[in-house]
Ligand binder design. Structure first.
Ligand SMILES: Cc1cc2nc3c(=O)[nH]c(=O)nc-3n(C[C@H](O)[C@H](O)[C@H](O)COP(=O)(O)O)c2cc1C
Length: 179
């Protein structure tokens, strides 16, 4: 059983700076499992039995991804469509019910500035508002929504800012582990 499962989704991880730095911050944290969905399923064919079992075995869950078109990358949406549909619509008693109450935290990186995510900005809405479908999903699944970890200007940050972000992420994960 993992104490904390990071379901990581990034379609081009070899080019990642921000998410790579955040993942680096998880090294040495006891009980943390990182599952890189694109690495596991390069063709997109999710092993449903394996991913349901992985989720049931996790005491806490983090969904880590770069924002793409105000949403999750496609494979993370596919994970929701397959894993959550089976657990919460088709096999609730045998599967979904088993993870009721577990914490779920989103860790998302965005290319744009915080000000762009406002009524006056190009993206109109705060990023936390745009994440409401995930918040509703967590609620529908009986998972305890945590304050998201958000990193803005993610593809333009200097090395020192990335280091700071990674340290802040590690602190959030430690707090989640301790909760
Ligand atoms: C297809 C695509 C769509 C994107 N959509 C958004 C978006 O809606 N909002 C935003 O702020 N950044 C967007 N970005 C920028 C990424 O979120 C950003 O490059 C990423 O978070 C940086 O993290 P990384 O270094 O790990 O790749 C998009 C990038 C791509 C490739």
């Amino acid at each position: 059983m993992s104490k904390l499962l990071i379901l990581f989704c990034h379609p081009h991880v070899a080019r990642s700076k921000a998410n790579a730095a955040l993942l680096g911050a998880t090294r040495g944290l006891e009980g943390v499992e990182v599952a890189h969905l694109d690495g596991l399923y390069p063709e997109g064919a999710i092993d449903l039995d394996a991913e349901v079992a992985r989720l049931i075995a996790a005491e806490r869950v983090v969904l880590q991804f770069p924002i793409q078109w105000y949403s999750t990358p496609p494979l993370l949406k596919a994970w929701q469509d397959s894993v959550l549909t089976r657990m919460f619509y088709m096999a609730y008693e045998a599967e979904g019910r088993l993870i009721a109450g577990r914490p779920l935290m989103v860790a998302a990186t965005a290319g744009n500035l915080p000000e762009a995510y406002s009524a006056e900005g190009v993206n109109l809405f705060p990023l936390a508002e745009l994440l409401k479908p995930l918040h509703s999903t967590a609620n529908r699944c009986g998972l305890a929504w945590q304050e998201p970890f958000l990193l803005f200007r993610a593809n333009r940050l200097e090395a020192s800012a990335l280091q700071d972000a990674a340290a802040a992420y590690r602190t959030r994960l430690q707090a989640l582990l301790a909760a």
